[in-house]
Write a protein that binds this ligand. Structure first.
Ligand SMILES: Cc1ncc(C[n+]2csc(CCOP(=O)(O)OP(=O)(O)O)c2C)c(N)n1
Ligand code: SF4
Length: 288
């Protein structure tokens, strides 16, 4: 079915049917989960920028968010836990004309996969990385992650978490990312706009999306109702574009700082490799 036909039959089809593998529905996500709205914003941003669907690649690791790569009608790679970024790096280097996106969970990208994240940002690999940060390992039942807030309860911190979570925009910024933003899955229009902006840039672009997990995070943290986390996000968010990333750490009881924090220009890893290739070839020619 064409995109136009899909749009003209809203009663029967989801408005984003063009981007979905409808035959795989129903999806696995719980009511109130933030992963669906995040992917909706991503698909709308792809539409907005007008990227050819055949050029879009969606790489994910393992987890509830990781399942997304199987539901979207683009080339998808559901890779191993924590390793989405190395897979995506290889795809981008071998096929530089593709628009390579990594969309995965906080456990995947910052706990088991944290090392890959900082090095891809340092190298400025040409990827858009979106993290659905639900502060927990969702799929495996709610264990502590590197993003779990201090004092939070999880299956592995039954008396409260004593660790300090990563401030992921600051980590991305310090590692060299050229675009860094944070939104929530409730701020879906602003998220869409930010993703569209990031899609138009080159280099390592990072967007953190605070994402409700009512089932494995909310119910252990006095946010038991299906929309309690969404309400928390909506009521506590303050948009501060250009804020210093060192100032955007998330703490319970304090405002959640959202916005586009970093936009900078730096030659991408592929650009550096091409420039090196040209220099080596030039030197070889000069010797002849
Ligand atoms: C190497 C490896 N270790 C552990 C697991 C078990 N595992 C599957 S999903 C997951 C955590 C997922 O959490 P997150 O990445 O935050 O995604 P969410 O489910 O919250 O979307 C873990 C630990 C695994 N699949 N592979
Ligand atoms: S367990 Fe949490 S992250 Fe996983 S689908 Fe349910 S609400 Fe979403």
């Amino acid at each position: 079915m064409s995109r136009k036909a899909a749009r003209e039959e809203p009663q029967e089809l989801h408005p984003m049917d063009w981007w979905l593998r409808s035959e795989r529905m129903p999806h696995i996500w719980c009511a109130g989960c933030g992963i669906g709205p995040t992917l909706y914003a991503w698909a709308r941003a792809l539409d907005r920028v007008g990227i050819d669907k055949d050029k879009v690649v969606y790489v994910s690791g393992i987890g509830c968010c990781g399942r997304g790569s199987g539901y979207l009608a683009v080339d998808g790679f559901h890779t191993t836990h924590g390793r989405a970024i190395p897979f995506a790096t290889a795809i981008k280097l071998v096929k530089p004309d593709l628009c390579v996106n990594v969309i995965s969970g906080d456990g995947d990208l910052f706990s088991i996969g944290g090392n890959h994240f900082i090095h891809a940002a340092r190298r400025n690999v040409d990827l858009l990385v979106i993290c659905t940060n639900n502060f927990i390992y969702g799929m495996t039942g709610g264990q502590l992650a590197a993003t779990t807030l201090r004092g939070d309860y999880s299956t592995t911190t039954p008396y409260g978490n004593v660790e300090h979570p990563f401030n992921t925009p600051h980590l991305a910024d310090a590692s060299g990312a050229v675009y860094v933003a944070r939104w929530t899955s409730v701020h879906v229009k602003l998220l869409e706009k930010s993703i569209a902006e990031a899609l138009k840039m080159k280099g390592f672009r990072y967007i953190e999306v605070l994402s409700p997990c009512p089932v494995n995070y909310g119910r252990r943290n006095k946010l038991r109702e299906v929309d309690d986390i969404a309400k928390w996000f909506w009521e506590s968010s303050v948009i501060k574009n250009g804020a210093a990333t060192s100032e955007v750490q998330i703490e319970r009881g304090k405002p959640l700082i959202l916005g586009t924090f970093v936009k900078r220009e730096r030659l991408s890893y592929y650009g550096e490799l091409k420039a090196l290739e040209d220099r080596v070839k030039g030197a070889a020619e000069a010797k002849k």
